[in-house]
Design a protein around this ligand. Structure first.
Ligand SMILES: Cc1ncc(COP(=O)(O)O)c(C=O)c1O
Length: 445
């Protein structure tokens, strides 16, 4: 072999990951082109069939307003800024192979090549500089508060690759606000949501090839805040880590063949209670649900319908907010969801559905308590039309059966001619995948 040939071979080996990436990108680009054509045709079809539901193209200011930002504690110290962000890229041999088939992604099993980390140390004056690093294990003291008292909270967001190839995130200010409220409740430091979203956006753009190229998958974003103070006192954490990992995801829930889920409604289990933290996305809310979910699965049911109180109020379904579409005593169609009483998570999908359907003006929209006796009565009278869960993971998830006090209640959600939950799903995904321009969708540069 001549020296020149040896150098060329060395170059090829050194750069083979780039070559593979280039080929994969080209293939994806081609498939994206045909996907775009199919999507344009589908969009035209949808516009025809839903002509009386032209809802998402224009939005009033009142339907887009962001929540009030949280006030920081006076002794919090300095904030971090996105302009201070440092980036340490993964070495070529650290890069993980990307999945070939978006249909087999599942939920939260694969992770991208990089992560975002921001430390907080009160003793060092507050929040430290944000950094993007290769995805790596965390090292912490065995006394870290997160390991003993579950001083932890998280968010669930998604990045969507739009039909125009641009990557969008959905109402990130809402997630930031919810996260800060949970931080306040957990004795963890609060932060500037806008700065964090800018850091997140940089992380997503670095790992942008991991954002799936279909409209049935997306990149799940998991911002997490943990107390890492190495002391065993049950007290505020003077050291914390705010980090984010990314995971390409397909569908979250297993459904039956109809696409709907069945639920276990057992009043002997409670997820949240007044004065508790059911309205905050803290890890401590989720661990106690796992065994009940297992019990539901053992009984051949897919999710848990969480009830509360003597009157068996419906609160949430699995990790989703619940909606019911029914006909009231006056013969009017009503979309109802439980109010934000502290028992349920203030879902961003929930809020979006309420704002959007109120703007449609096609039926009544209300926030009111729903009880199991009400559900039974409406079913008996043929007035319950649809029941569905709503959340970032699945947008909407129709329900077709509830096992309640040993009895199966069949819900006709999938039997409606023009189901409302489908219109809601189409309208929200139109915004998320950029088929419709909307201020809720924020493009990542
Ligand atoms: C308990 C619970 N309720 C509701 C939701 C839906 O919230 P969102 O629409 O913000 O995803 C989630 C998901 O995060 C959840 O965990």
């Amino acid at each position: 072999m001549t020296t020149k040939m040896a150098i060329n071979a060395k170059d090829i080996f050194r750069n083979q990951h780039r070559l593979i990436r280039f080929i994969a990108q080209s293939i994806r680009l081609c498939s994206n082109q045909s996907l775009k054509a199919a999507q344009a045709a589908q969009q035209q079809q949808q516009q025809k069939s839903a002509a009386d539901f032209q809802i998402t193209a224009s939005v009033d200011a009142q339907y887009t307003s962001a929540p009030e930002p949280v006030k920081h504690d006076k002794d919090l110290g300095h904030q971090f800024r996105a302009s201070q962000l440092s980036v340490r890229l993964a070495a070529p041999e650290q890069l993980q192979p990307k999945p070939d088939n978006d249909g087999e992604l599942g939920f939260g099993r694969l992770f991208t090549d990089h992560m975002l980390k921001i430390y907080y140390h009160k003793s060092l004056g507050g929040w430290q500089r944000p950094e993007i690093t290769p995805l790596e294990n965390l090292v912490m003291h065995p006394a870290a508060k997160v390991l003993h008292y579950a001083v932890e909270l998280f968010e669930g967001m998604k990045a969507y690759r739009g039909v125009d190839g641009k990557i969008r995130i959905f109402r990130p200010d809402m997630n930031m606000n919810r996260m800060n409220l949970a931080a306040q409740r957990s004795g963890l430091p609060t932060f500037e949501g806008k700065e964090f979203v800018q850091c997140l956006s940089r992380l997503i753009s670095i790992d942008s090839e991991w954002v799936p190229h279909t409209d049935t998958a997306s990149l799940y974003i998991r911002p997490t805040l943990i107390g890492i103070d190495p002391t065993l006192g049950v007290a505020s954490s003077d050291s914390a880590l705010l980090y984010t990992i990314l995971s390409p995801v397909g569908s979250y829930f297993k459904t039956g063949s109809s696409g709907a889920v069945s639920l276990l409604a057992d009043p002997s289990y409670v997820r949240a209670w007044p004065g508790g933290v059911g309205n905050r996305k803290m890890g401590s809310n989720y661990a106690p649900t796992i065994n009940v979910q297992k019990e539901a699965a053992a009984r051949g049911l897919q999710q848990v319908l969480w009830l509360y109180g003597e009157d068996h109020q419906l609160t949430e379904v699995g990790t989703m907010n619940i909606f019911m579409f029914y006909v009231n005593d006056q013969g009017e169609q009503v979309l109802v969801t439980p109010p934000l009483s502290g028992l349920i998570l203030p879902g961003i999908t929930r809020d979006s559905i309420l704002r959007m359907t109120r703007q449609w003006g096609k039926f009544k929209v209300s926030e009111a308590t729903i009880t199991m006796p009400m559900v039974c009565e409406l079913l008996n009278q043929g007035r319950l039309l649809e029941l569905f869960g709503a959340g970032t993971a699945c947008v909407v998830s129709p329900v077709n059966r509830i096992n309640y006090l040993g009895q199966d209640l069949y819900i006709p959600t999938m039997e409606q001619e023009k189901p409302v939950h489908e219109l809601i799903r189409e309208s929200l995904t139109d915004i998320q995948y950029g088929r419709v321009d909307h201020p809720w969708s924020v493009v990542i540069d």
